[in-house]
Design a protein around this ligand. Structure first.
Ligand code: HEC
Ligand code: HEC
Ligand code: HEC
Ligand code: HEC
Ligand code: HEC
Length: 204
């Protein structure tokens, strides 16, 4: 009995510090190292400022992201749209515009943008249903992208190849932008709004 008690009394504070250190190390591995191993980066072709361009165009977002006659969505505008204002010579001094003018406008080469919200091919998504019919704000799914001055780094999951935006940026599902667009997230809003949520609605 006495030995037992003594043993406990003698536990050195160093043991506790080791425990705390180990715990912190594991937490660090979980929060920083795992994402670093799981996700790879792809650069955008060059920077693009939504803020600057919203001041240049007349009709807001739909100047560049519009619905076609048949209800389908144009998505990211083609080079033709940019050429309404941009020629082979840059208008300004920025290195970004130089890359854009020389490598894309002058060569008439489509810009290979990385799409943050890109869904796997098995998923059917239509902007007409959500924007034209349901009247949802762009920001309710895309966060503040339309208001940004810089493009953030595009990251994708090395195992699935899917954009990091699908599964979310945080281990704890915090609801701040950039928004998650996982199956659960789509289904939750559908349930809240009484939309059909059979498998075939989103998987064609
Ligand atoms: C001058 C044309 C132009 C205008 C006006 C414009 N956009 Fe864009 N938008 C782009 C281009 C180019 C891209 C591709 C680069 C990028 O990701 O930002 C893009 C990409 C996006 C994306 C990214 C989709 C993804 O997941 O990668 C969203 C969301 C978006 N725009 C929303 C908006 C909103 C909201 C507005 C209005 C506030 C707007 N845009 C106005 C040209 C425009
Ligand atoms: C309504 C006219 C207009 C359209 C359409 C337009 N731009 Fe611009 N863009 C401008 C103006 C004006 C500037 C500012 C020029 C300067 O001083 O650099 C600019 C600047 C830029 C810059 C340099 C700014 C920076 O952040 O360094 C890039 C890159 C660019 N535009 C790309 C594009 C692309 C890509 C498209 C097509 C999706 C496009 N623009 C469509 C008017 C336009
Ligand atoms: C209900 C959620 C939701 C709303 C609201 C929404 N989007 Fe999207 N958006 C998505 C999803 C999901 C994708 C990816 C679709 C895919 O990969 O099939 C996407 C893709 C895009 C793209 C890239 C398309 C491409 O070329 O691949 C652009 C640009 C875009 N959205 C702009 C907008 C704009 C502008 C608005 C507002 C007018 C808007 N979105 C409203 C969910 C939404
Ligand atoms: C913020 C809420 C919201 C989110 C997030 C959302 N949806 Fe929807 N969705 C709706 C609403 C509301 C409708 C009904 C629109 C209408 O009235 O036609 C709808 C309709 C649809 C339809 C057409 C359904 C039909 O019966 O024809 C499809 C397909 C769909 N959503 C797929 C998706 C996918 C895939 C995602 C995730 C990437 C998603 N939605 C995310 C609100 C949402
Ligand atoms: C509201 C829209 C929606 C509904 C309803 C829905 N899904 Fe999904 N599903 C998605 C989206 C978006 C993804 C891609 C993102 C992800 O992996 O979470 C996905 C991914 C999947 C995947 C993984 C595919 C892959 O390549 O990674 C499977 C399997 C799947 N769904 C099966 C189902 C089944 C079975 C049902 C019916 C019980 C169903 N889904 C209903 C939207 C939906």
């Amino acid at each position: 009995m006495a030995t037992h008690g003594k043993k406990q009394d003698n536990r050195s504070p160093a043991d506790w510090w080791l425990f705390v250190l180990g715990f912190v190390l594991f937490a660090a591995v979980g929060f920083w190292a795992t994402p670093a191993i799981l996700y790879a980066e792809k650069p955008q072709p060059f920077q693009f400022s939504h803020k600057l361009h919203m001041e240049q165009v007349g009709e807001g977002c739909q100047s560049c992201h519009a619905f076609r006659e048949d209800g389908s969505y144009t998505g990211i505008p083609s080079l033709e749209k940019c050429k309404e204002c941009h020629g082979e010579e840059p208008m300004g001094e920025t290195p970004e515009e130089k890359v854009f003018s020389k490598d894309y406008v002058a060569k008439n080469k489509p810009i290979p943008w990385q799409v943050y919200s890109k869904q796997p091919p098995c998923v059917f998504f239509s902007h007409a249903a959500h924007v034209a019919n349901a009247g949802l704000e762009c920001a309710s799914c895309h966060g503040d992208h339309g208001d940004t001055e810089k493009l953030r780094t595009y990251e994708y999951n090395r195992l699935t190849g899917y954009s990091r935006d699908i599964w979310g940026w945080s281990l704890i599902p915090l609801d701040g932008p950039p928004k998650r667009m996982k199956m659960d997230d789509c289904a939750k809003c559908h349930r809240d709004n009484g939309v059909r949520d059979a498998c075939f609605v989103c998987h064609k």
